[in-house]
Structure formats: structure tokens, C-alpha cells
Design a protein around this ligand. Structure first.
Ligand SMILES: CC(C)(COP(=O)(O)OP(=O)(O)OC[C@H]1O[C@@H](n2cnc3c(N)ncnc32)[C@H](O)[C@@H]1OP(=O)(O)O)[C@@H](O)C(=O)NCCC(=O)NCCS
Length: 165
């Protein structure tokens, strides 16, 4: 499978909105934040279609214990691969591209949250060297949008993992 990972450009917003549903304007807002230097928004493409996304916010998550141990650690968010393309290395490719972007910007670490019950994502992260840094678990909630555009609130208990790059 020929997969290319690159930062989102404005011309691709329409295709991305059609292929990967998020809250209204989420892709556009991320694109604007990328233009302002707040984050990088990487898209995986296969045969002209967006098949996966991941985002890195340069200013890390504000968890006091995290800021003490890993000050300024960027935060990876919303790793997602379209269901039909899972298990073929696309998630890994997105992680590699995100890590490379973080290195190029001069950071030594990258952090991320993962739900305790999300064994698949956690397995992927741990294989790539992300480790539980011993922070307390914490509660998050977000809006999930399905393929038909219906949204529902999700709540999860998460741990924080960090990798030295
Ligand atoms: C988590 C997620 C991003 C992983 O994406 P993916 O593209 O399936 O990831 P990869 O293919 O790189 O790795 C996943 C699995 O495929 C296997 N794999 C990787 N490359 C492979 C290849 N070339 N051939 C066969 N299998 C392969 C990996 O060993 C891994 O094994 P697993 O089944 O034990 O998990 C995807 O499942 C997803 O979008 N889930 C929903 C959203 C989510 O949970 N995001 C994480 C939030 S913290």
C-alpha cells in the first residue's frame, strides 16, 4: 500500500471533511492553528484519499506533574486511521511522521494520553517506546462523530505516556 503522510494544506480540506468526520469545522480550526504555529496536523493519504490523521500541539498538556518532569513536552492527539485501513502500518507511519516533526523542531520528548481500555492504541504506543510516566490517571471527555455525522459524548479514564526521541 502506497501511503504518504504530509501536513494538511487548505486545498485538501474538502476531501478530509468527507473522508474523516469530526466536529463541525474541527479540521479547519486545526488547519488555522497549524498556520499560526500552534500545532502540526498530519494526514495519511492513499490513492488520493485521506486515510488517517494525527496532530501534535507544540505546547504540551497542562498537567502540573508532567510540566515538572517534562517541561514543554509536546502533546500528540487524535491519532486515527479509517477502519478499512487499520492493521497495515498506517498508524505507525503517522506516529513516525509526528515524531520526526517533533525532533526537527528540537524537542526531546513527545507525550500522549491513552484510555486505559484502548489496548490496541496502547500496544502501538508501547511498541514505539512510550512509557507510563507514573502520573495519576485522569478523566477526559470529548465528542465522537460517526460516519453519518452523528455525535455522542465519550468519557474515558486515561494515562499519560511519554517517549524520549
Ligand atoms: C489505534 C489506531 C490508530 C492504530 O492504527 P493502525 O493503522 O491499525 O496501526 P498499525 O497498523 O500501525 O498497527 C496496528 C496493528 O497492525 C499491525 N501491523 C502493523 N503493520 C502491519 C503490516 N504491514 N501488516 C500487518 N499488520 C501490521 C501491528 O503489529 C499492530 O498490531 P495489533 O493488531 O496488535 O494492534 C487505529 O486502530 C484507530 O484509528 N483506532 C481508533 C482511534 C483510536 O483509538 N486512536 C487512538 C487514540 S489514543
Amino acid at each position: 500500500m502506497d501511503v504518504v503522510v504530509k501536513p494538511l494544506v487548505e486545498d485538501n480540506l474538502l476531501l478530509l471533511n468527507q473522508a474523516i468526520r469530526r466536529e463541525p469545522f474541527a479540521h479547519y480550526e486545526r488547519y488555522l492553528s497549524q498556520c499560526s504555529g500552534i500545532l502540526i496536523y498530519l494526514i495519511a493519504w492513499c490513492d488520493g484519499l485521506p486515510i488517517g490523521i494525527v496532530m501534535v500541539r507544540w505546547k504540551g498538556k497542562s498537567l502540573p506533574a508532567l510540566e515538572r518532569c517534562y517541561p514543554g513536552c509536546p502533546h500528540l492527539m487524535d491519532l486515527y486511521v479509517v477502519a478499512a485501513y487499520r492493521g497495515c502500518g498506517v498508524g505507525t507511519r503517522l506516529m513516525m511522521a509526528a515524531e520526526q516533526a517533533v525532533r526537527v523542531r528540537g524537542y526531546a520528548h513527545l507525550g500522549l494520553s491513552v484510555a486505559l481500555q484502548n489496548r490496541r492504541a496502547r500496544g502501538l504506543y508501547e511498541r514505539r517506546g512510550y512509557q507510563d510516566v507514573g502520573l495519576d490517571t485522569y478523566h477526559i471527555s470529548w465528542t465522537e462523530v460517526d460516519g453519518e455525522g452523528k455525535s455522542r459524548e465519550i468519557e474515558d479514564e486515561c494515562i499519560y505516556l511519554v517517549r524520549m526521541l
